[in-house]
Design a protein around this ligand. Structure first.
Ligand code: NAI
Ligand code: MG
Length: 484
């Protein structure tokens, strides 16, 4: 595939509706993690490019983009969604090459991106204020308004899905966006900018500045012209962004990953659970914020679950993204080193099973064999810290009380699932588990764009996805008229 697909220029920024060279004049190499080759060079944007992008966004708010009414913005989003679907294969291939994810996952991400555009297209003209009964002689009402310029700093694991949920909702509310994609994977972000432009999105409504986190990302966070920051990524950078944005009193939405558990009780339908237990850990090679990296199992079903998962693991094959196997490489050699560092901390543990890296996988690829650890103590490092690789631990418990204590016993709180036939237990645990999404007898619910998503604790705060996101990407104004 040409590295100039869809008319994008990966070596440039997209600012004010045009491809423009970055101010630094320097570039970064984008890696293909399936074989270690260099895909292309991308722009190394810096504070000057971010400044230009913010000025372009400010301009859009007071010109064509700002003048559109809600249903017109909705129509544009619908058109973007349609063009995304028309480029399904091209976008999927770009993502597979850039991130290393198997083609079927990349295709699912393209479809999710289109679904976000469709969902927020339909929602754009359905959000409204309220009238509030008040003192005699007054009429009071509220207006839902865009923040203005919104900053979007996204990671490399699901670029298209995260663009869909954050940029999609922000545009629906009438904000103008500056997007800083991850230096490890940014081709689909650039392609999306071109597709949005092709659909007729007015210049400046969406600007994309690739570059390093410490340069372009930090400049976007600190820019006084930005009114809201949405960030998905590591806890460390999330903390930094919250404090930097705090200096300008700018609200942030933080989605920082987790250590999400699945709880398998003595009355669970284990056969139904097994595919979910494994897939939720190895999807996207475990590089998923809502990956289920802890499997908590009642002692009476422990061997059955471990044996069933081990059989799945032994059948897993890892290899190049374009071969579309169960697992691809990790996104980079750096990420592989992080995961191998965790694996070495499991030297004292029993490995229940591993998957295979196929023999013909290129030696320059960033492959890690999926690894399942059994009978792990709840306070072990591998049961406490986010690994972000194809690694799961199985932890036994004796009682519901103990299961809840273990599930809630990390600093995270993103998602959790309960496998049990008891309706009463499902309801009880849905309340007691600390997480932003709870799944009963499933995991992930197919990722629905309609479902509000976000965490508590170190998993972050604020909600994206669903209608709820529109509140986060807007502000409320109260108007009180005294007319006698
Ligand atoms: P990261 O948090 O460094 O990168 C995410 C985004 O933040 C990228 O666009 C990056 O350029 C930007 N960024 C980095 N430093 C910044 C700064 N000072 N100011 C503003 N923006 C900045 O994540 P990284 O290093 O790629 O991955 C490390 C670990 O983070 C992973 O092992 C995983 O545990 C976690 N992570 C979690 C994700 C999630 O979905 N919640 C996604 C990616 C990583
Ligand atoms: Mg980083």
């Amino acid at each position: 595939m040409t590295m100039r697909p869809l008319g994008i220029d990966p070596g440039q920024c997209f600012i004010g509706g045009r491809w423009v060279p970055c101010e630094s004049g320097s570039s970064l190499d984008l890696l293909n993690p399936s074989d270690g080759s260099t895909l292309c060079a991308i722009a190394r944007g810096n504070a000057l490019d971010i400044d230009k992008a913010v000025i372009a966004a400010q301009g859009a708010l007071v010109s064509d983009w700002g003048r559109l009414v809600n249903f017109e913005r909705g129509r544009l989003l619908a058109k973007i969604g349609q063009l995304v679907l028309e480029q399904l294969e091209t976008l999927a291939e770009l993502e597979a090459l850039d991130v290393g994810k198997p083609l079927k996952q990349a295709r699912a991400d393209v479809i999710a991106l289109a679904r976000y555009m469709e969902f927020y297209a339909g929602a754009a003209d359905k959000i409204h204020g309220a009238t509030i009964p008040y003192l005699d002689g007054y009429t009071v009402y509220t207006l839902r308004e865009p923040h203005g310029v919104t900053g979007h700093i996204i990671p490399w694991n699901y670029p298209m899905q995260i663009i869909g949920r954050s940029v999609g909702a922000a545009l629906a509310m009438g904000n103008a966006c500056v997007l800083k994609p991850a230096e490890d994977a940014c081709l689909t972000a650039l392609a999306f900018a071109q597709i949005a432009d092709d659909a007729g999105l007015p210049a400046g409504a969406l600007n994309v500045v690739p570059g390093l986190g410490a340069e372009a990302g930090a400049a976007l966070t600190a820019h006084p012209g930005v009114h809201h920051i949405s960030f998905t990524g590591s806890v460390g950078v999330g903390k930094l962004i919250q404090s930097e944005a705090g200096a300008n009193v700018v609200p942030v939405t933080l989605e920082l990953g987790g250590k999400s558990p699945q709880l398998v009780f003595e009355d669970a339908d284990v056969d139904s659970a097994l595919p979910f237990l494994t897939n939720a850990g190895i999807q996207n090679a475990g590089q998923t914020c809502s990956a289920s990296s802890r499997i908590l199992v009642h002692r009476s079903r422990f061997d059955e679950v471990v044996n069933g998962m081990a059989a799945h693991y032994r059948a897993l094959r890892a290899g190049p993204a374009m071969q579309d196997l169960d697992v691809g490489p990790l996104v980079s050699h750096r990420q592989k080193e992080i995961v191998e560092g965790f694996l070495s901390k499991g030297d004292d543990l029993e490995i229940a099973a591993t998957g295979q890296i196929i023999a013909v996988a290129p030696s320059g690829g960033a492959y890690v064999a999926p690894t399942l650890f059994a009978d792990v103590a709840a306070d072990h490092t591998l049961a406490q810290e986010e690994i972000f690789g194809p690694v799961q631990v199985v932890i036994p418990f004796e009682s519901e009380e103990e299961a809840v204590a273990i599930a809630n016993g990390t600093p995270y709180g993103l998602v959790a699932s309960v496998w049990s036939q008891s309706g009463a237990r499902q309801m009880r645990l849905a309340k007691r588990l600390r997480a932003g999404q709870i799944f009963l007898n499933n995991y992930g619910a197919g990722g629905g764009v309609e479902l509000p998503f976000g965490g508590s604790g170190l998993s972050g705060h604020g909600r994206e996805k669903g209608f709820e996101a529109l509140y986060g990407f807007s502000t409320l104004k109260t108007v009180a008229a005294l007319h006698g």
